[in-house]
Ligand binder design. Structure first.
Ligand code: GDP
Ligand code: IMO
Ligand code: MG
Length: 432
């Protein structure tokens, strides 16, 4: 019986990971975030409550669930405390007691968003369209081995030295390279000393908790952020985020062993969206795309930016299935396609020299030569909104789902027909 289930995005983020993680958490004792930071925006809908979590794992609505933030996550303490306050206002008063943060997690400091914005400005027309939350610069500092970690808060003198080193370098860049105002070391250091007791009280050995949970057979859900094609290694580089969003990142970012992962559930919309710059072969810059955006309310949960929309891309999904060793698929937002005359599915990419490719290229610039090859299927006029049984779906909707399965090489385990928990068709239980 699977105990450790990974839920991750297979497209460019915003696939509906929050809904699925919240749904499956009914069965899980623990939910873990392993990468990313408050660039994520995961929407949870429970009755008349709608909550967007960014750093906090999506298990938080379930009162018995322990929520872990692994060492692969970049933690902005003010953002975390802000979210805890929002949760409290929504009636979840014990969030702080149920969230545990790895001492090894990187601290995201005020200088990181400043660098992020400076770097985006400098990129000009080649801007990545980041969330501006400082995620990239924080990971840069971590990898450059000058980062400050949550656990450093317990050692004020060590913290001071490390912070001084980091901020000297970053302020030099801010001033001389990005022509932006510097950030005061004293202000940041004093603020960190102020928040230290509160954040330190939340720290725990995440890897050890997961090993213990495994040994007693507890169910654990690993909640991915972003999506496969935003992965730093396998995404449309450089139009990506700065972490490993693929299944492997769940192991390195949480400290759970790879052989302890039992099921990988890939989340995909029944179409595709992307927010920010970068290649998007099946993008629709027309009324059909606008219709999907409006019906799907495709506006960023974090930044409010309109999301780009397009057809389902089975070529990208083939790559996602392999990289993540997908066990099953959660296909989301089927209802958004209601009422359309026909639907297109991208089955292959045609390259400039006429070659047909079954897999996507690696670098963003190589996408310039790519033209999607489409297969067309008839749409359906009936509403699928809220349907909970597969056989109650219009025949054309059933055929569409089955065809996506065939082309992607992965079976659909969960089919979503609305934002609410009960607007779901269960075909397989990842925890069973
Ligand atoms: P995440 O980042 O992957 O968690 O996804 P987001 O929360 O950023 O975006 C997904 C949006 O789609 C949210 O507003 C959800 O409430 C909504 N949603 C999820 N599943 C469905 C569905 O099946 N149908 C509709 N109409 N909306 C959905
Ligand atoms: P969830 O978890 C969609 C995108 C940004 C930008 C690129 C780099 O809600 O699916 P970053 O701030 O990470 O350096 O931005 O990645 N991006 C997301 N797009 N969903 C997300 O998270 C995203 N997190 C980052 O728009 O293109
Ligand atoms: Mg999101």
């Amino acid at each position: 019986m699977p105990k450790n289930v990974i839920v991750l995005g297979t497209q460019w983020g915003d696939e509906g990971k929050g809904k699925v993680a919240d749904l499956l958490t009914k069965q899980a004792a623990i939910v873990v975030r392993s990468q990313g930071g408050n660039n994520a925006g995961h929407t949870l809908v429970a009755g008349d409550k709608k909550i967007v979590v960014r750093l906090v794992p999506s298990g938080i609505l379930h009162s018995s669930c322990l929520c872990l933030i692994g060492s692969g996550v970049v933690v902005n303490p003010d953002a975390l405390f802000g979210e805890i306050a929002e949760l409290k206002a929504a009636g979840i008063t014990d969030a702080e007691q149920r969230i545990k943060v790895s001492a090894g997690a990187a601290l995201l400091l005020p200088i990181h968003p400043a660098i992020d914005k400076g770097a985006e400005k400098k990129r000009g027309k080649n801007a990545i369209g980041t969330t501006g939350r400082g995620i990239g610069p924080c990971y840069e500092d971590k990898v450059a081995r000058r980062g400050v970690r949550v656990g450093d808060l317990a050692y004020p003198e060590i913290l001071k030295e490390k912070l001084r080193n980091l901020m000297d370098y970053r302020n030099f860049l801010l001033k001389n390279y990005y022509a932006e105002p510097e950030i005061s070391f004293d202000e940041v250091y004093n603020h960190l000393l102020e928040i230290a007791p509160r954040l330190l009280a939340m720290t725990a050995d995440v890897s050890a908790i997961l090993a213990e949970a495994r040994s007693v057979g507890k169910k654990v859900l690993f909640e991915g952020a972003q999506g496969t094609f935003l992965d730093i290694d396998y995404g449309t580089y450089p139009y990506v985020t700065s972490s490993n969003t693929v299944a492997g990142g769940c192991c390195t970012g949480s400290g759970a062993g790879p052989l302890h992962m039992d099921y990988v559930l890939g989340i995909a919309k029944a179409y595709t969206t992307r927010v920010g710059g970068g290649p998007f072969p099946t993008e629709l810059n027309d009324d059909i795309g606008e219709g999907i955006r409006q019906r799907g309310a495709e506006f960023g949960a974090v930044t409010g930016r309109p999301r780009r929309t397009g057809w389902y891309d089975a070529v990208a999904m083939r790559r996602a299935a392999a990289i993540n060793s997908l066990s099953g698929l959660a296909l989301m937002k089927l209802d958004v396609l209601d009422g359309m005359d026909e639907l297109k599915i991208c089955t292959a990419y045609k390259l400039k020299d006429g070659t047909i490719s079954q897999l996507p290229p690696l670098a963003a610039y190589e996408y310039a030569d790519v033209e999607p090859v489409y297969e067309t299927m008839p749409g359906w006029k009936e509403s699928t909104f809220g349907i909970t049984e597969f056989t109650k779906l219009p025949a054309n909707a059933q055929n569409y789902v089955r065809r996506l399965e065939e082309l992607s090489g992965v079976k659909v385990a969960i089919l979503s027909t609305g934002p609410e928990r009960n607007q779901t068709i269960f075909l397989d239980d990842p925890f069973a």
